[in-house]
Design a protein around this ligand. Structure first.
Ligand SMILES: [Zn+2]
Length: 345
């Protein structure tokens, strides 16, 4: 059975992007072992602790369930080693490698500077204790080394990595994949994969905690699963072909909309998760920003939910059609609200 990644640009691409280049993995492991050695454990624990909670929030917001009278689906979540190909390619570029290495080095430099300063300050004591080094300029060299390290530490390379990251029009911290039934109208739930190395790497890049970025990623991927395969009260889910043919901005916009909403709802437990979502959003390409044009009025949650239910019944949905349905839906909801509060007008 072919497996399709939801955001592949066409149905031709059926290969899951799970393969990762050994070199880039090695670099990421090297970097993480210095800056965040417990990343894998943190990601695995966060997924375990929040999986059910996040699903509960998505069900509450969308009204969609992964079951109807006849079927009960599960969408398993796996935490995986490796890097999705687009991210792997970003790292294996020789120039990028140097930048990743610099990022790792910069984290270690304060300790090196501290150590060198300690040696300079203790130099006379070391000589008194019998230490011998036959170069009268030793302390000058040490001071030069401190100066060099300080310069390296404050060096800000141009934002090549950030700009390259912005070009990737796919989910790279996690993925939602599903089985393709191209000749039927079925909608089958698939599975979610969370890439702990990618999360560790990007958390480091954004200056956020891996735990918060894991929450953001899990909400985003499960939102894909529920908006696609979740059944409404009539048992209807988004057919595969309609889901695949819809505009990427609508698909990503939906996942982002629920990520923004639910990270806010989880603020007591993960106070910085919403900030992690916002920081990541800054580096994401245009399709991931579509939801920011949907407004934030008092009826926005129900407007999006009703629009989603209608959009899933269409052969495909474009951005302009989505916005048109949203506008219509909001007007209807506004009229209903008005008539409830002003029944005689
Ligand atoms: Zn996505």
């Amino acid at each position: 059975m072919p497996i399709k990644n939801f955001d592949a640009p066409s149905l031709i691409s059926e290969v899951p992007e799970e393969s990762a280049d050994n070199l880039s993995e090695k670099l990421v492991i090297e970097l993480l072992s210095v800056v965040a050695p417990d990343t894998e454990k943190v990601v695995r624990n966060t997924v375990k602790q929040t999986n059910a909670l996040i699903r509960e929030h998505i069900r509450a917001e969308t009204g969609l369930r992964l079951q109807d009278q006849n079927r009960h689906h599960t969408v398993p979540v796996t935490v995986s080693d490796g890097l999705p190909t687009p991210l792997s390619k970003l790292i294996t570029n020789q120039f990028q490698q140097a930048l990743w290495k610099l990022a790792a080095l910069q984290r270690r430099l304060p300790e090196v500077i501290h150590c060198l300063n300690d040696i300079i300050q203790s130099w006379d004591t070391l000589i008194m204790c019998g230490f011998r080094y036959d170069n009268p300029s030793a302390t000058t060299y040490l001071r030069l080394a401190v100066n060099l390290c300080q310069k390296l530490y404050s060096f800000q390379p141009p934002h090549y990595i950030e700009n390259a990251f912005r070009q990737i029009q796919k989910d790279v911290l996690g993925t939602y994949s599903y089985k393709s039934f191209l000749d039927t109208e079925k909608s089958e739930p698939g599975s979610v994969t969370i890439y702990w190395m990618a999360i560790g790497l990007v958390a480091h890049l954004l200056g956020v905690k891996a735990e918060d970025l894991t929450v953001v990623t899990l909400i985003h991927e499960l939102a894909h699963a529920y908006t696609h395969a979740g059944c409404d009260h009539d048992g209807f889910a988004w057919p595969n072909h309609a889901f695949s043919n819809s505009d990427l901005s609508v698909i990503e916009g939906l996942a982002q909309f629920y990520t923004a909403l639910i990270t806010k709802k989880l603020a007591l437990r993960f106070p910085l998760a919403h900030q992690a979502y916002e920081k990541l959003l800054f580096y994401q390409p245009p399709p991931y920003h579509f939801h920011t044009y949907w407004g934030s009025g008092p009826r926005i949650r129900e407007t999006v939910r009703y629009t989603l239910l209608q959009a899933r019944r269409l052969p495909s949905i474009s951005c302009s059609e989505w916005l048109r349905i949203m506008e219509e839906t909001e007007k209807k909801l506004e009229q209903k609200t008005f008539s409830v509060y002003h029944p005689h007008k």
